[in-house]
Design a binder for this molecule. Structure first.
Ligand code: ZN
Ligand code: ZN
Length: 261
């Protein structure tokens, strides 16, 4: 279940652990928020994001579908499947998003896709990792796995945001990272250019698992920047489950909604 924004208190407590060397550097080059470039006040969460940006990501409390992370109508009956889950029987067991793909969070996600902002993607991953620890408590996780990018697209786009986010999640939460467990074996059309129904067909057969790992019974967290229809995450979850993993959960920065999602 979603737990509301925990504020900057945790980050403020951690600030004391920063190295003397870094604090001296901060006096000369005051740190700025990786998302909005505003100067950061002294007691800021270690991810390097200002409180205003972080507060802009939040969902309202208690109105999130635990399966697909979509916003439910206010006062809706949580026992009834949300509209997205009625349409698709997702293979992942549940998912978490920092917020809706809109406003500040949308701007931040778009920025993480550019190679000049790789540190922002990792910072967002660390923040996502911190939120997952809050929300999932002591749920054991055996593998953090990013949604992969096909090598041809990687040649032009560089390291995918999903990989940097997964790195941040793994580092923050202390969970093992398996960046090469899932491979993209077929170049697909960009999901964002397709209508919802086409997106599931577009990714079918596009992924394979590396034979290097024994994943039987493993509890996997799949990481991506945005979940829209959930087609990509669902496709990979299917493959993982077919190969015998114990469970698959999805974690993303933002949940896309709307007619083209
Ligand atoms: Zn900011
Ligand atoms: Zn749902």
């Amino acid at each position: 279940m979603f737990v509301g924004w925990g504020g900057c208190a945790l980050g403020a407590a951690r600030y004391g652990a920063r190295s003397i060397g870094r604090m001296a550097t901060d006096l000369v080059f005051p740190p700025v928020c990786l998302a909005c470039d505003r100067e950061l006040p002294p007691q800021t969460p270690e991810e390097g994001l200002c409180c205003e940006c972080l507060a802009g990501f939040c969902y309202p409390r208690g109105t999130i579908c635990p399966k697909c992370a979509a916003c439910l109508p206010p006062n809706g009956d949580r026992r009834i499947r949300c509209a997205y889950c009625r349409e698709r029987r997702y293979k992942f067991a549940g998912s978490f998003a920092l917020g809706t793909y809109a406003g500040v969070l949308r701007q931040v996600v778009l920025r993480t896709k550019k190679s000049a902002h790789e540190s922002l993607a990792t910072a967002m991953g660390k923040y996502l990792g911190r939120r997952l620890l809050d929300v999932w408590g002591n749920r054991p996780v055996d593998a953090v796995v990013p949604v992969p990018m096909h090598w041809m697209r990687r040649l032009t786009r560089g390291v995918p945001a999903s990989e940097l986010i997964a790195e941040g999640v793994a580092r923050q939460a202390g969970w093992p990272l398996f960046s090469d467990l899932v491979r993209s074996v077929r170049a697909t059309r960009k999901q964002g250019t397709l209508m919802p129904g086409e997106r599931f067909r577009n990714v079918a057969g596009a992924f394979q698992l590396s034979p290097r790992y024994d994943i039987a019974g493993a509890r996997v967290v799949l990481i991506d920047d945005v979940m829209t229809t959930g087609a990509t995450l669902d496709c990979i979850a299917r493959i993982l489950i077919r190969q015998g993993v114990g469970s698959v959960h999805a974690a993303v920065l933002a949940r896309g909604v709307g007619s083209r999602s």
